[in-house]
Design a protein around this ligand. Structure first.
Ligand code: GLV
Length: 318
């Protein structure tokens, strides 16, 4: 394969060492797709694509011929709103079925943790107390899921398989609807799905339409004592509204995995709140081998003028 067949990309992240994670598998799989750290790029004009995680504001500036910016994750909000990324550059993301399974497992775990009162059982066990707790039929418990992309669909499938009454809000008629799941679509879908729900799970992409969507108005639609599982983006949640809902009891609690500022500041009131279960943005992650494979396929499609199957719709925002 001649030099003309190679395509050159750059790793762009200040928070993660992308080369350490993906370099080996990318080099092993594809001699024709060359990826370098910015410090190793001698000819910036050669760079046609970037793989990114939270690139800093001037990260794209050195590369005049960039055509594709690819997120190593499912979310592209940081690229969509990036001040230094020219509108002409295509944006793509990874679509990893294993990441969706991890997300589904996390969401199901959080639902069951609250539903089956595992904290209470642990406290009982610590006091050597044998006290069986009452149970409710999963079918009598309503789970609202906001979003039906790769993640939302996997979450819906998992919770439906556990017997819950699952309601999904999606912007358009669902592709590959899950059997037994009730769908709400179009304007008002989010409110309709949330009405009388016992669990509210957010896996929406972050766009101008969805930021601050987890607010007092939406919490008011849930059944009193509902539980929020926030695994979308921190900007979806109005933090003061959550604290108010916890204080007056319309929410019994929440599992929060994503935050407006990550890492969450040491003095943030969420840390010590007794009704919150916090985790450090670990609900799911894309697997390095899937990312590497999809980066290679996308780079080759770009080079060969093929279809960029993982490109997102810039106008829609995801
Ligand atoms: C994780 O947050 C992702 O976007 O994949």
């Amino acid at each position: 394969m001649g030099k003309a067949d190679t395509i050159v990309g750059v790793y762009l992240s200040d928070s993660i060492d992308l080369e350490a994670i993906y370099g080996e598998s990318l080099r092993a799989e594809a001699g024709d797709v060359v990826l370098r750290h910015p410090s190793q790029i001698q000819c910036p004009e050669e760079v046609r694509f970037a793989i990114c995680w939270l690139p800093v504001d001037d990260a794209f500036a050195p590369y005049p011929n960039l055509q594709l910016a690819m997120s190593i994750g499912a979310g592209v909000d940081a690229l969509m709103s990036h001040p230094g990324l020219d509108e002409s550059v295509r944006i793509a993301r990874v679509r990893d079925p294993h990441q969706a399974d991890l997300m589904a497992g996390f969401a199901a775990h959080e639902v069951l943790h609250h539903e089956r009162e595992f904290d209470r059982l642990r406290r009982q066990a610590e006091r050597a107390t044998w006290h069986p707790l009452p149970m409710r039929a999963p079918a009598s418990r309503r789970v609202a899921i906001l979003g039906h992309g790769t993640m939302g669909r996997a979450v819906a499938r998992a919770l439906a398989a556990l017997g819950f009454d699952v309601r999904v809000a999606c912007s358009r008629a669902p592709q590959a609807p899950v059997n037994g799941v009730h769908y709400e679509t179009g304007p008002g879908a989010v409110e309709a799905a949330a009405t009388d729900a016992d669990y509210l799970i957010n896996v929406l992409p972050l766009t101008a339409q969805t930021d601050n969507i987890l607010s007092t108005a939406l919490f008011a639609r849930l059944r009193p004592g509902a539980w929020l599982i926030q695994i979308g983006r921190g900007e979806h949640l109005v933090e003061e509204d959550l604290l108010a809902a916890l204080a007056e009891g319309s929410l019994a609690g929440a599992s929060l995995d994503v935050f407006r500022d990550e890492p969450l500041g040491a003095d943030h009131p969420f840390w010590s709140h007794p009704k919150l279960r916090l985790s450090p943005h670990i609900a799911s992650d894309s697997l390095p081998e899937v990312v590497s494979q999809q980066v290679i396929e996308s780079a080759r499609a770009l080079r060969d003028g093929g279809d960029l199957a993982l490109a997102v719709d810039r106008a829609r925002g995801y």
